[in-house]
Design a protein around this ligand. Structure first.
Ligand code: ZN
Length: 136
């Protein structure tokens, strides 16, 4: 007989939350709990609660984490690409600067909200900060 008691645990206890689906939902801009409601009310403004399941999201402490991860990823993608394009194609400096300036801005704007959603979802899944029912 299979024990399915782990699926009926109340949300208010300290049970383990699976972090992988939560981070994927956060990456997609959805609530880490239900996956339906929006995690953001603007470009980077996290909703105080999920509009669908009413899960409290205001406890997040993303701070500079998403910006740091964005810089880390964009730098490690664009710098080698810059070197490759420069050594193999030798475009004019104006073309090179224009393409890589626009590419860096676009990639940063694409990654920043996704990384913030994923980080908030990870904090939610690991019950960090106020996401834990226990007082800090
Ligand atoms: Zn929700």
């Amino acid at each position: 007989m299979l024990d399915d008691s782990h699926q009926s645990t109340p949300e208010s206890d300290q049970s383990e939350r699976p972090w992988k689906p939560a981070v994927l939902r956060g990456w997609q801009g959805h609530c880490p709990n239900c996956g339906t409601g929006a995690i953001f009310s603007g470009y980077l403004k996290v909703n105080a609660t999920c509009p669908n399941c009413n899960e409290a999201l205001h406890h997040h402490r993303a701070d500079d984490g998403p910006a740091y991860m964005t810089i880390l990823i964009v730098g490690h993608v664009m710098a080698p690409l810059f070197l490759f394009v420069f050594t193999h194609y030798r475009p004019t400096p104006l073309v090179l600067a224009t393409i890589f300036s626009v590419g860096t801005v676009v990639l940063s704007l694409y990654l920043l909200p996704r990384l913030k959603g994923a980080l908030v979802a990870l904090q939610w899944a690991k019950r960090m900060h106020g996401f834990s029912p226990e007082p800090a």
